[in-house]
Design a protein around this ligand. Structure first.
Ligand code: ATP
Ligand code: LTN
Length: 334
């Protein structure tokens, strides 16, 4: 608890360009939750280097992502928006937690298996212990809730296990966090292959709508989205391409899928796709304009980076000192 509010922690990696899936599945929910909780939203740049990065590109993307958090509607006065690498407590707690994590637990992680298959030439120890750093992120702020997509559930389970393991040995040190999975947009699929999730690392750019795509590109991608030959607007698993478009339209307009189906009853796919494109442009255009405006305001963004890192450091150090004491490290002389 901070000032009587429950604590929320979440983060995104600054790898690749964000997609509409990242926005509808994560960022948009973050904004909704930001009044209810004391929120920490991190740009997890330390996680990014588990895969080889070009330094200049990583730096640029990290700044863009931080700016995008604000452009999406997260007020940096109320939400702590900061770079993971600016708070050394993440690495320090991760080390301690590493000593409480079993090889077998990490070996079971599906993201590690997927990523090591994809980057067979660079299966480094950081990629293996990635989930421990993620657990440190969350436990450092004593988070009660962690909004993530379904793909991160396994990492969250590990976090809970580590918190309980530590608490069982040393007493009540960590809050055991819960996952928060949003209702709409939890899984946006590729526009070209509705059996795959829309992903920033997809090689086919037509499958994903990027947050920075211009209106013409968005309209073109929506028009070309793979559907079926049923010629009937229904919300069913038998028509996965159409179902995904209904999800997108609903998430963008605030409709339920049933309302969307009723609105387009008897209409053709062409007309519906046009409406989906317009709804997406309607959501992304203001976001893009705000991003452009904020990007030019270097002094403002710099101030956010500095002030929020200080705030994050304050809370992180509080937990870290407690953990270090429990672990048996000598007290600091002041
Ligand atoms: P990559 O393709 O590089 O693995 P990603 O697009 O899956 O990346 P992440 O950085 O792993 O994105 O995820 C950021 C957040 O966005 C996570 O909370 C994740 O669950 C959510 N997310 C990612 N893709 C989608 C999607 N298609 N639909 C809904 N939520 C998503
Ligand atoms: N592993 C997450 C990103 C991430 C995260 C976190 C999410 C790192 N640390 C802490 C929530 C809480 C991903 O790949 N989406």
């Amino acid at each position: 608890m901070i000032d009587g509010k429950k604590v929320l922690f979440s983060g995104m990696q600054a790898t690749g360009n964000l997609t509409l899936g990242n926005y509808l599945g994560a960022l948009k929910n973050w904004v909704t939750l930001s009044d209810e909780y004391e929120c920490f939203y991190s740009v997890v740049d330390m996680h990014s280097i588990t895969v080889r990065q070009d330094p200049a590109t990583l730096r640029k993307r990290a700044r863009n992502l931080l700016t995008l958090y604000i452009a999406a509607g997260l007020d940096p006065k109320k939400n702590c928006i900061y770079y993971q690498s600016h708070v050394s407590g993440h690495a320090e707690l991760a080390w301690i937690l590493n000593c409480f994590t079993y090889m077998g637990e990490l070996n079971r992680m599906t993201q590690f298996k997927d990523k090591s298959a994809k980057h067979a030439d660079n299966i480094n120890a950081g990629l293996f212990t990635y989930p421990v750093l993620m657990a440190a992120d969350i436990l450092l702020y004593q988070a009660d809730v962690v909004p993530v997509g379904v793909d991160q559930m396994q990492h969250l389970e590990l976090t809970r296990n580590l918190a309980e393991r530590f608490n069982n040995i040393y007493g009540d040190v960590f809050t055991v966090p819960e996952a928060y999975i949003g209702k709409v947009g939890a899984k946006i699929m590729s526009l070209q292959d509705p059996s795959k999730k829309m992903s920033k690392s997809d090689e086919n750019p037509n499958g994903s709508i990027y947050l920075m795509d211009d209106p013409d590109t968005i309209m073109r991608k929506c028009k070309r989205a793979v559907t079926d030959s049923e010629a009937c607007i229904r919300y069913t698993d038998q028509q996965p391409g159409l179902k995904n478009l209904i999800d997108i339209y609903s998430a963008c307009t605030g409709n339920t899928p049933d309302q969307t189906v009723a609105e387009f009853d008897g209409k053709g796919y062409g007309e519906f796709k046009l409406a989906v494109g317009e709804a997406v442009v309607g959501v992304l255009k203001p976001l893009q304009d705000e991003f452009e405006r904020l990007s030019k305001d270097k002094a403002y963004i710099d101030a956010v980076i500095k002030e929020n890192a200080e705030k994050a450091n304050y809370y992180a150090t509080k937990t870290l000192r407690k953990v270090q004491r429990k672990a048996g490290f000598p007290d600091r002389i002041r």
